[in-house]
Design a protein around this ligand. Structure first.
Ligand code: GBH
Length: 479
């Protein structure tokens, strides 16, 4: 029995993303996003599906808010579909009032229900026209200007929102979109997957554009909106804990830090220190862009909080010799078993995810130490279950494995706050709903709510939907 606590103003709730839940791609003037285009290419999504219907959340905002209330959530993290707001995406393109009004009403309804909105500007669904017009993220100048404009339109429309996230997981946009090609727009050096792309260069260019765009959007907020509206803004980074494959081998131990630097510090070092990690510069040389003084100044100091998405851990085995030009891990292997064959944790439906709650506490401490005790918002944490999609509904709703996952991870976070002095202040479980799991389609479910895709998108809360609130009751101090 733990005696760890979380502060009385701790914010907790659930997270989703526009393309994964909304559906209605043609409603009220929306135009295609990169993911509409990507999912229409055969072979890109495991079950051949897309976000065309998803959870139908665009038409079910009342149901989703009722669900949040039922779970006793204090906050809801969701993302905006840029393609609804500026359908063609660019700074000289028309703004779509209907798309804006959808989100204005949603924010009002959430607040009326006593739920704090936490808004992500960008969770991977780029207006497709920007890819076609100028190569999207590959064109820093155009993209930064268009993103800053989109951000300004949104801040102006939603003054009641006090928690903003610029980008969700720029690592995924860069590496999965431009190195492995698993995500839209699917560019890669692998010519069996894409006619275009350069995995050795493009991901680093894209990451740079995203960082500068983040800095520019933060500057717009701080200069033009924060003085009247208050509120805070940050970027959300994904990252797993790293453990040596062979703890006796100093090279494996060292490789663990390098793994975290290549995944997290790639973005966090520029945000906190104004420069890329030395380990990345050393391996990537001039393929990693240099910051101009102006861009470095824009990016450095641009987080009011650190947005942390965290799911699991890996064992890290150092590689010797020159790094492959397409390597993005830091010249190492990321494995699910250590030298003795001990797994990270139990298997799930996601090949990359094995729960390991102790790793959460360790990574929180690592980040807190490296970045000077920032305020941390956990903006995603959750799990799939092996074979969940094949279970009869009564068994599926009894998601004990997911309940255990949340029990372990929330306990680790409370210990981190209480015992390690880490300033963690919010936690959003991924996800409120089963939803479109990107390249994995609908087979992999992450929701605390079962969505019946064959039965008209009806929602059925699982056991975990109720239990998360009970865990927080146990930890949060009464004010
Ligand atoms: C989150 O990313 C996303 O923000 C969210 O949209 C998504 O639904 C959720 O995860 C669950 O997947 O396939 O071997 O290339 C979590 C971080 C980093 C996890 C990339 C999956 C891909 C590994 N993700 N990783 S691989």
């Amino acid at each position: 029995m733990t005696t760890s606590k979380l502060p009385s103003d701790f914010l907790w709730g659930f997270a989703t993303a526009s393309y994964q839940i909304e559906g209605s791609p043609d409603a009220d003037g929306r135009l295609p996003a990169n993911w509409d285009t990507f999912t229409s290419i055969p072979g890109k999504v495991a079950d051949g599906s897309s976000g065309a219907v998803a959870c139908d959340s665009y038409n079910r905002t009342d149901e989703d808010i009722a669900l949040l209330k039922q779970c006793r959530a204090k906050a809801y993290r969701f993302s905006l579909s840029w393609s609804r707001i500026i359908p063609l995406g660019g700074r000289n393109d028309p703004v779509n009032e209907k798309g804006i009004q959808h989100y204005v009403k949603f924010v009002d309804d959430l607040l009326a229900a006593g739920i704090t909105p936490m808004v992500t500007l960008f969770h991977w669904d780029l207006p497709d026209n920007l890819d076609k017009r100028y190569g999207g993220f590959l064109n820093k100048e155009e993209f930064v200007a268009d993103f800053a404009n989109y951000a300004r339109v949104v801040y102006k429309a939603l003054p009641k929102v006090k928690h903003w996230i610029t980008f969700n997981e720029p690592w995924c946009s860069s590496i999965l979109g431009y190195s492995t090609g698993l995500f839209a727009p699917g560019r890669t050096s692998d010519r069996t997957k894409s006619a275009e792309g350069d995995s050795s260069r493009e991901p680093w260019i894209v990451g740079h554009s995203l960082l500068v765009a983040h800095g520019a959007a933060v500057k717009v907020y701080r200069d033009e909106f924060k003085p009247q509206n208050g509120g805070e803004i940050g970027i959300t980074l994904n990252g797993d804990w790293a453990m040596p494959w062979d703890p006796e081998n100093p090279a494996d131990v060292e490789a663990c830090d390098r793994k975290i630097e290549f995944s997290i510090s790639w973005f966090a070092d520029p945000v906190y220190f104004g420069k890329y990690p030395d380990s990345m510069r050393k391996q990537l040389g001039d393929r990693l862009p240099e910051f101009t003084e102006e861009d470095a100044a824009l990016v450095k100091g641009s987080n009011d909080f650190y947005g942390m998405n965290h799911y699991c851990a890996n064992y890290i085995k150092n590689k010797t010799g020159e790094a492959d030009p397409d390597d993005f891990l830091g010249n190492l292997e990321s494995l699910l078993e250590d030298k003795n064959g001990t797994p990270v944790g139990p298997e799930t439906q996601s090949a990359w995810l094995q729960p390991h709650p102790e790793g959460f506490r360790k990574l929180l401490k690592w980040l807190s130490d490296r970045y000077g005790k920032p305020k941390i918002y956990v903006t995603e944490n959750g799990t799939s279950l092996k074979g969940e999609n094949d279970l009869p509904i009564d068994q599926l709703l009894n998601d004990e494995f997911r309940v255990n996952y949340f029990r372990g991870y929330i306990a680790a976070m409370a210990d981190s706050y209480t015992l390690d002095g880490v300033n963690v202040r919010a936690y959003m479980a991924w996800s409120l709903l089963d939803n479109f799991e990107w390249a994995e389609g609908y087979e992999t479910r992450f929701g605390v709510t079962y969505v019946d895709y064959e039965g008209g998108q009806k929602r059925h809360p699982k056991k975990s939907a109720k239990e998360i609130g009970n865990f927080f009751d146990q930890y949060i101090e009464k004010s």
